[in-house]
Design a binder for this molecule. Structure first.
Ligand code: ADP
Ligand code: MG
Length: 730
């Protein structure tokens, strides 16, 4: 009988790619068609409603009930015209996915008919049952209600005949149960403190937005092969599989020509994304076989986060249409690169200035240096929290492996900028500068754009790299919600800018010196204080690990250790001072993360045990029996002396198989026992430690023996698709 694996392979061979024809060659003709964006607002809203909504989008002002009714009515008209039958509040609970509960537009009219209804109350707020979303103990079972409330800063859109309204999600008692609530608060806070600092340089600045351009990596696997791998189906990664003879060693996949089936998939999901106003711009093959990347043009952070969540959903759906499954897991395959989600981050003023881009004048460049150095200081001060924000069971495979930055948070700024910071550090002192010294310093600062222009420095081994006009946080996991690291980065930089302003003002006042000089002094101090976090060398090397230790930088390997920083005193102070997250909310988030880790490892351990005992061992025994039969036959045929020579290696193999089988059995048994102990633990921290330290190591122990068996056992009866098939069959 053919194994599922061979049937699956046959299916793959028979596949042809789906033809995709976007309705027009010009993207501009359908871009944003399914979004209730400004042009549509203008068309469907009264002047009063439009102005009020615009004010709310731009400055966060409240919308009154009467106007909300008007907006709802305009939105409804637009949605119905575009074929929508349902509406939903669309939010991002802490399980990392997006959530929606659709309601039809109609209401019974009392006479046996219905009419289409959607009013301001339904637009502004709803009360979904929150009981099945993770809350980290915040939600009481007797009060399971949660609220969703309209986020006017992210436009409504239509997907699959449903009008989706982006919302925040909070508990009955007002605590955040999602990513968006603290994200919006952190953005507001950053706007406030960054604008104040900008005022030193330009009085016209009254708003600063943070920008995010994410780069999303992913794998594609044929649906038939995926379905033949229960580990992939349940966990998103392969828990076994010997390395393929060829994987990424020839480096022939990166930027290679995109396979036809994949290209059809890309065009299709890009088309859907354009209709939703997601500016996906770049597509290419990534390093590992079957690995790809897409990246949009950057947008305001909140919108970029929504778009990333949305596109992941779209890609999942469209992949199915093309008989693929998409893997967003950080490490689907051992031994080859995993996937990340680089977060390119910067700050932009209402006057159109990128604050992390050097300008044309010394003044602009002092502003640039101010934001650059404050960001470095903020990342240095909160590196452990930043590390915690990207910690997950999946990302644990990447950080520290030789393909992604280590778990040490360091910053790369390039040779040229390093030189400039070094100069500032030595040339500025607490003493008053002479006019000559000052103008010389300014002259040097004025030269920054020239030297950065030909600065082609790229350091792919740094977790947090300056790339000419933005920082790129490269350690984020591919399946993560970008909001998690963005909340931390925004808040840390916001707080840092606030401290900076206070210090500068204090020096101006007490020392009676000019603003520029005070800024130089504070920046000089920051350069000194945060110097340790700057690293220009190879982040993948062993030397760096030693060097970082000498510098006193933390290198947190363990999830349990890392997540603790969510509730450290420093974190609680950072967030409670500006009311982004309360202590209780932080504790809840910490608990949700721990709980998630436990569940993920639990599922992996269970399915691996199941596959080992019910798929692999029976197959190995099967093959062993064939060998035994063969050996018995040989014995009948030949003399005893000849038998030794002929069947010697066969006998060894039979023995080897038995050894692997008993190792697998023993390990699975022990793993199950450890799980039983851990599952009884009431304390979630102890339970997580137990899963990380006691149970997790069994996964690789068991895998080792299975992978060895894969090399021994007859290919024709091996039940699961092998790495070479999973990775080389598109
Ligand atoms: P690379 O792979 O070389 O890092 P990509 O072009 O793949 O570059 O991705 C760069 C990302 O950085 C894009 O999403 C781009 O829009 C984004 N980006 C560029 N400028 C900014 C900025 N000022 N703020 C945020 N993101 C930015
Ligand atoms: Mg990049």
């Amino acid at each position: 009988m053919a194994t599922i694996r061979f049937t699956a392979m046959q299916e793959v061979l028979n596949r042809s790619s789906l033809k995709v024809d976007p309705p027009s060659d010009k993207i501009s003709e359908y871009f944003g068609n399914c979004v209730f964006n400004k042009p549509k607002m203008q068309k469907y809203l009264s002047k009063e409603a439009y102005t009020s909504l615009l004010a709310s989008i731009e400055t966060g002002t409240k919308i009154n009930r009467k106007v909300a009714d008007q907006i709802a009515s305009g939105m409804k008209a637009w949605a119905l015209e575009n074929g929508a039958t349902h509406y939903t509040h669309w939010f991002q609970p802490l399980n990392g996915a997006t959530a929606e509960k659709h309601d039809a537009f109609f209401e019974p009219d009392g006479n046996g008919g219905v009419f289409e209804n959607f009013d301001g109350a339904l637009l502004i707020q709803q009360e979904p049952d929150a009981s099945s979303f993770p809350s980290g103990g915040i939600r009481n079972t007797f009060e399971a209600r949660g609220y969703t409330a309209w986020d006017t800063s992210s436009p409504a859109f239509i997907i699959d005949k449903t009008l989706c309204i982006p919302t925040i999600f909070i508990s009955y008692t007002g605590e955040a149960l999602d990513y968006k609530t603290p994200l919006l608060k952190s953005l507001n806070y950053l706007d406030k403190t960054a604008t104040e600092v900008c005022q030193y340089f330009d009085k016209n600045v009254n708003k600063v937005i943070a920008t995010l351009g994410w780069e999303q990596e992913y794998f594609l696997i044929d649906e038939a092969l995926y379905n033949a791998r229960p580990d992939l189906v349940l966990t998103g990664r392969t828990l076994m599989g010997h390395a393929s003879a060829k994987d990424q060693q020839l480096e022939d996949h990166y930027f290679g020509s995109i396979p036809g089936r994949v290209s059809a998939f890309m065009k299709d999901f890009e088309f859907e994304s354009y209709k939703l106003g997601i500016p996906v711009k770049t597509r290419h093959n990534e390093v590992a076989p079957n690995q790809f990347e897409c990246a949009p043009v950057f947008e305001e952070v909140n919108l970029a986060v929504d778009h990333n969540q949305l596109i992941m959903e779209i890609m999942r759906k469209i992949a199915r249409k093309h008989k693929f499954r998409i893997l967003f897991h950080e490490k689907p395959f051992n031994g080859i690169n995993g996937s990340g989600k680089h977060n390119n981050w910067s700050l932009m003023t209402n006057t159109g200035v990128n604050l992390l881009s050097p300008g044309k004048t010394p003044k602009n460049n002092l502003q640039f240096l101010t934001f650059l150095i404050n960001t470095i200081k903020a990342v240095y001060s909160h590196s452990d929290l930043l590390r915690a924000s990207i910690s997950s069971a999946g990302n644990a495979h990447r950080l520290g492996a030789n393909e992604a930055p280590p778990s040490i948070i360091s910053i790369f700024i390039g040779q040229q900028l390093t030189k400039i910071l070094d100069e500032l550090e030595t040339r500025v002192s607490d003493k008053k500068m002479t006019p000559e010294e000052k103008s010389e310093l300014k002259l040097d600062i004025g030269k920054i754009p020239e030297i950065l222009l030909d600065n082609t420095d790229r350091n792919r081994t740094s977790p947090f790299a300056f790339t000419g006009n933005r920082f790129e946080f490269r350690a984020v996991g591919s399946s993560a919600n970008c909001a998690s690291p963005m909340i931390i980065l925004n808040s840390a930089v916001a707080k840092q800018l606030k401290d900076f302003k206070q210090e500068v003002d204090h020096i101006i006042e007490t020392k009676k010196i000019k603003k520029d000089e005070a800024i130089f002094i504070v920046l000089r101090n920051y350069i000194k204080e945060s110097k340790k976090v700057r690293f220009e060398g190879n982040g993948y090397s062993q030397d760096w690990i030693k060097e970082a230790e000498k510098r006193g930088l933390t290198n947190i390997q363990s999830i349990t250790e890392s997540l603790k920083h969510f509730i450290s005193e420093k974190t609680i102070n950072l967030f409670s001072e500006n009311q982004i997250l309360s202590k209780r909310e932080l504790e809840a988030r910490y608990e949700v993360r721990l709980d998630f880790y436990v569940k993920k490892i639990q599922i992996e351990a269970r399915i691996l045990g199941d596959l080992a005992i019910n798929h692999i061992i029976p197959t190995a025994i099967n093959y062993q029996n064939t060998l035994i039969k063969n050996v018995k036959g040989l014995k009948e045929l030949v003399s005893d002396i000849e038998f030794e020579q002929i069947a010697g290696t066969q006998l060894q193999t039979i023995k080897k198989i038995s050894e692997h089988i008993s190792s697998i059995r023993m390990n699975v048994k022990e793993m199950v026992n450890k799980r039983k102990v851990a599952n009884k633990m009431e304390d979630i921290i102890a339970k997580t430690v137990s899963y990380e330290k006691e149970i997790y190591p069994f996964l690789s122990n068991i895998r080792y023996h299975i992978d060895k068996l894969e090399l021994i056992v007859d290919n024709a009866i091996w039940p699961l698709p092998k790495y070479r098939e999973l990775l080389y069959s598109i």
